[in-house]
Write a protein that binds this ligand. Structure first.
Ligand SMILES: O=C(O)CCC(=O)C(=O)O
Ligand SMILES: [Fe+2]
Length: 214
C-alpha cells in the first residue's frame, strides 16, 4: 500500500489521497455493491433514529457483507492502518451509486447532542469517502465553508473530521455531493465512530440466525 497525500486542509483535517485502492479493487467494490441489494439512500430525521427518503439525497446504497466479499475486509483494515483508528470503530462500508441528477445536498455527518445514534459508538468522528470511478461531469464533493471542491477520480479518496475537540459539530465540515451532470458516480463511504460500533445484523442474516435458534 502506497498512499499518496494530494492535499490537506487543517480546519477539518481534510486529507485528499490516492493509492489506497487500485482501479481493479474499485471495480470489485462496485461489483460488490451491485450484487448486494441496493436500496434508495435515506437521511436521519433531526435528533432521532428515524430515517426517510428525501429529494435532497438521491442515490442508492448497499452494504456488502464482509464475509462474502474479502475486498471489504481488506479495505477496512487498510483504512484502520491509514488513519490509526481501530477497525471496530468503523460503521459498515457502504457502496453508494448516483446516476445522472443524483446528489446529496449540504449536510453534516455528525449527530447532535441527545441523538439516540450516539449510544452505539459515540459520534461520527471522521468520514472516509473512496471514489470508485471517474465521473464524466459533476458529482464533486463540496465543502462550502472552506471552499474546497473534490473532483471524484478512480482510486482517490478523502478523509475529514466531523467534530471538534469538544465533541461538538465542526461547522466547517458541512458538505455536499453535487449533482452528477453526466455519467454516474460510485463511492464507498465509511464513518468512523469515537468508540467501538456494533453493526446491526443484515436482514438476511437475522433470518438465518432465528432459524438456527428455533
Ligand atoms: O457523494 C459525496 O460526494 C458525498 C457523500 C456524503 O457526504 C455522505 O455519504 O455522507
Ligand atoms: Fe456526508
Amino acid at each position: 500500500m502506497a498512499v499518496k497525500i494530494l492535499s490537506v486542509n487543517d480546519t477539518i483535517g481534510l486529507v485528499h489521497f490516492s493509492g489506497l485502492l487500485s482501479p481493479e479493487e474499485c471495480t470489485e467494490l462496485i461489483a460488490a455493491g451491485e450484487s448486494s441489494n441496493a436500496k434508495p439512500s435515506e437521511v436521519i430525521y433531526d435528533v432521532s433514529d428515524v430515517s426517510y427518503e428525501t429529494s435532497g439525497r438521491r442515490s442508492t446504497v448497499a452494504s456488502p457483507s464482509v464475509d462474502r466479499y474479502p475486498i471489504i475486509k481488506a479495505v477496512r483494515r487498510r483504512i484502520s492502518l491509514f488513519i490509526g483508528v481501530a477497525e471496530e470503530n468503523q460503521e459498515p462500508l457502504q457502496v453508494l451509486h448516483y446516476t445522472r441528477g443524483g446528489k446529496y445536498d449540504i449536510h453534516y455527518d455528525s449527530f447532535l447532542e441527545g441523538s439516540p445514534q450516539l449510544e452505539n459508538g459515540g459520534n461520527r468522528m471522521l468520514t472516509v469517502l473512496l471514489y470508485l470511478n471517474d465521473v464524466e461531469q459533476g458529482g464533486w464533493t463540496q465543502f462550502p465553508h472552506i471552499m474546497a471542491n473534490i473532483v471524484p477520480s478512480v482510486g482517490t479518496g478523502i478523509l475529514f473530521r466531523n467534530i471538534d475537540a469538544q465533541n461538538l459539530q465542526l461547522r466547517e465540515s458541512l458538505h455536499a455531493g453535487l449533482p452528477v451532470i453526466d455519467g454516474e458516480k460510485w463511492i464507498a463511504s465509511i464513518w468512523i465512530r469515537e468508540k467501538a460500533y456494533v453493526a446491526a445484523l443484515p436482514a438476511d442474516r437475522k433470518d438465518e440466525i432465528s432459524r438456527r435458534t428455533l
